[in-house]
Design a protein around this ligand. Sequence first.
Ligand code: ADP
Ligand code: ASP
Ligand code: MG
Length: 425
Amino acid sequence: MALIVAKFGGTSVASPERIKNVAKRLIAMRERGDEVVAVVSAMGKTTDELMSLANAINTAPPARELDRLLSTGEQVSMTLLAMALEAAGHRAMSFTGRQAGIRTNDFHNKAKIAQVHNDRVKKALEAGYIPVVAGFQGIDELGDITTLGRGGSDTTAVAIAWGIDADVCEIYSDVDGVYTTDPRVAPRARKLDAISYDDMLELSSAGSGVLQSRAVEFARKWNVVIHARSAFSDANGTYIKEDPQMEEAVITGIAHDTSEVKVTIRGVPDSTGVAARVFSALAESMVNVDMIIQNISEDGITDISFTCPEADLGRAESTLDGILSEIGAREYEVDKDIAKVSIVGTGMKSSPGVSAKAFSTLGDDRINILAISTSPIRLSMVVDAAQATQAVQCLHTAFGLDSESVFEETQLSAEEIAAKMQKGR
Ligand code: ADP
Ligand code: ASP
Ligand code: MG
């Protein structure tokens, strides 16, 4: 008998039929003797819809109100799943983040879990209920509802798994595991049987949407085993865990991220302290600067470029508007059509030549690299958004990651696939 936390993402609970299917899966687990706690995301695109509703009323909605609104999405699916379980003759009880004991800090829209007190969930389990927990939310010290950032239900699931000391945290989605890259972008992507926390964390942080990076971070810290698998099949997925036997692949996978923008400040005097002034002003405005490129100066004048999340662009622009004349720079321009493509692998640190191979591969395909950054286990390159798919595919082939078989879509409607592609653009 195992104790399992089973998290179902938005696509898996997108309709009444799919919610009934989730109920069937949970019941099957119970019938084979396992104990299970479910964690759910909001149905389908509910969170996006709530977000645009808020934006239609107020283009800068107060973070506290936005969290209260967004948290309702998961509260709908948790109650419907509990009802589906009851309709199938099983006792179930739904819990909001607060009721499930998820305490967070007060960083609305991106709160971090501070404490987990799953007493009610444990009691419900002991009393024979299937607890169903709303993902993505908690409460802060004041008792206000907070949300954990997009994709945050993954983190709820890992936190509950830790809180109840579950044997495994199963994350069910519309793909049957973690692939060497997004199989919708490169259909020759290969499914991994297992991946280390470090490699997974790097892939998630570099933009691979399959698991929220916070969830992986939490799992690594507290040694929670994650099993990423399909909501539509019984096939084994990918285990994310620490295993000293696991081979350190030079390249584990490739991620891409289209959520960043590039800002170039032109005509900057190349004098001491200018970069410090720019980047401390951006930091004060809470702009999350990722990559920085300073070009070689000509006649004491240079350009400075940086990338940051598109969500921070408004704050970056007003900061630069405020300091441009002070630092004596001419102007700045924004390029939104960029993508960051990252090659990840813990084995990279002891294997020279990865960068050279990546650059020449992109060069041969006439893909211009706009910015580069590296860490011991990651190489990131910014390219034109229109060339992102091609970049991922040619790097995937060049690093020998291609699989013999081609990824096949199962169960999703044409509209859902289109929405996924849009999200990944
Ligand atoms: P959920 O809504 O269930 O949380 P997500 O959409 O957040 O699911 O995550 C699953 C999606 O992640 C897949 O549909 C796939 O397109 C995308 N994805 C990105 N990178 C990868 C990868 N390396 N392996 C598998 N899926 C990936
Ligand atoms: N519903 C939230 C989102 O769409 C959280 C989640 O699905 O994990 O980001
Ligand atoms: Mg997700």
